[in-house]
Design a protein around this ligand. Structure first.
Ligand SMILES: NC(=O)C1=CN([C@@H]2O[C@H](COP(=O)(O)OP(=O)(O)OC[C@H]3O[C@@H](n4cnc5c(N)ncnc54)[C@H](O)[C@@H]3O)[C@@H](O)[C@H]2O)C=CC1
Ligand SMILES: O=P(O)(O)OC[C@H]1O[C@](O)(CO)[C@@H](O)[C@@H]1O
Length: 393
């Protein structure tokens, strides 16, 4: 049964491998909008592609069809917004790219208003980060007229979400996908056009009134452990997270860091019990150790400055633990490992190491973390940094 049309910005790993397939399976025609014309041409020429599951158990690949591709700069995309059948807009372009796609979405909304379309449209940014859809909304409001803003209030929902699926890069026109518990939790109250008990009819989308809990659980547990495994693995010259987690001293730090984060998480978000968090951590460790997921440490560790930002997976759990005066030693190892990340093909790693060269490590920790030099967190990061330096030599 057709449910209408969806536009998905970013036909990369999570777009083609996770969100796109869920929307297609739910009965939407998905328009993938991307800047990469080779990718768009290849999607249009193929008309279908496969998603295969990297789980230890065998499961049949899924065939994805009922989609089309369009360059995100193409004016037809703006026209597509005006269509009454257009119901949902999703993104997975990377959080820093959201301001770049905002003008096209703003033009699309203006076209929708001018066409007199009254059907609700929901926009969901599926990026790793807190409040990604909110950031997109703020960026696009700048481009809207007063009338468009009134229209937005009435008909356009902007819902934050947590998106959890490990999708390593595509190979040979098919998408590898890890098949553990999947999570696409969406803020129910921000959606438009659905009743109290209704859903958008998308299997795998979980509507919740406690979104922040789900976002922080994913970012501060799974992403936290994943990033620490990547940065520590990089120091030991591991190629993949799978290789990294085989080192006992790495898996211990990763597990202990996730435990430290969880101890604070269950206090802040009592919707999760300690038992559930223990099981969640087990599930994360299983995923990291899945031999079928050949996930490069450089992919998982990409953009270290973003990962070292205040509310992200490394400093976020430390602040949360500080609120309850809980231990943070292993989380500080994660921060220190990220500070040592010097992969030359990652522009943020290069920028980070230039900062270390300019400011010294004490100045860099101050600059990035905002911790005072005499506080425990600062000392723990500095101590861990000096210990981890020896891993490289
Ligand atoms: N890969 C994964 O397992 C997961 C990724 N995420 C999040 O999803 C987002 C995307 O990640 P991936 O799919 O791995 O990255 P990716 O690099 O595979 O895909 C990003 C896509 O966005 C496109 N893009 C870049 N600028 C654009 C623009 N201005 N307009 C339209 N398209 C544009 C790129 O061409 C690329 O196809 C990130 O925020 C990431 O944190 C979240 C959970 C899991
Ligand atoms: O996509 P980010 O935020 O750079 O994080 C790296 C990795 O974190 C995950 O979302 C989950 O661990 C990966 O699948 C993802 O690619």
């Amino acid at each position: 049964m057709t449910k209408g049309t969806a536009i998905h910005f970013g036909a990369g790993n999570i777009g083609r491998g996770f969100i796109g397939p869920l929307l297609v399976e739910a009965g939407y025609h998905v328009i993938f909008a991307d800047v990469n014309d080779t990718l768009i041409n290849s999607l249009n020429n193929r008309q279908e592609y496969q998603v295969h599951f990297l789980e230890p158990r065998k499961r049949r690949p899924m065939t994805v069809s009922n989609y089309s591709g369009i360059l995100s700069t193409n004016d037809s995309l703006i026209k597509a917004f005006a269509n009454d059948e257009m119901r949902i807009v999703t993104t997975s372009v990377g959080i820093a790219v959201l301001p770049k796609i905002a003008p096209a979405i703003a033009k699309g909304i203006a076209a929708r208003r001018k066409a007199g379309t009254k059907a609700a449209l929901n926009i969901i940014a599926c990026e790793n980060g807190i409040g990604a859809t909110e950031q997109l909304k703020e960026a696009l409001l700048e481009d809207l007229s007063k009338e468009d803003k009134q229209y937005v209030e009435k008909y356009i929902g902007f819902a934050n979400c947590a998106v959890d699926r490990i999708v390593p890069p595509f190979e040979n026109q098919s998408s590898p996908l890890d098949q553990y518990q999947i999570e696409w939790s969406v803020d129910r109250k921000s959606l438009k056009g659905i009743g109290e008990r209704e859903t958008l009819g998308i299997r795998g989308m979980h509507l919740t009134d406690d979104l922040l809990g789900f976002v922080e659980r994913k970012l501060f547990t799974l992403n936290c452990g994943h990033a620490i495994a990547a940065y520590l693995g990089y120091l030991k010259q591991c190629d993949t997270v799978f290789d990294s987690i085989k080192h006992k001293e790495i898996s211990q730090i990763v597990e202990d860091a996730m435990n430290e984060s969880s101890a604070a998480l269950v206090k802040k978000h009592p919707i999760f019990t300690e038992k559930e968090q223990r099981e969640y951590i087990e599930m994360c460790l299983d995923r990291f150790a899945n031999p079928n997921v050949g996930d490069d440490v450089q992919r998982v560790g990409r953009d270290p400055l973003r990962k070292l930002s205040q509310n992200d997976r490394l400093l976020g759990p430390i602040s949360m633990a500080q609120e309850y005066s809980l231990p943070i030693t292993n989380l500080c190892y994660g921060v220190a490992a990220a500070l040592l990340y010097d992969y030359q093909d990652d522009p943020q790693a290069v920028e980070l190491q230039e900062k270390v060269d300019d400011l010294g490590i004490v100045g860099t920790i101050t600059n990035i973390t905002d911790f005072k030099q005499d506080c425990n967190e600062f000392k723990a990061i500095l101590t861990a940094y000096h210990k981890l330096q020896k891993w490289r030599s």
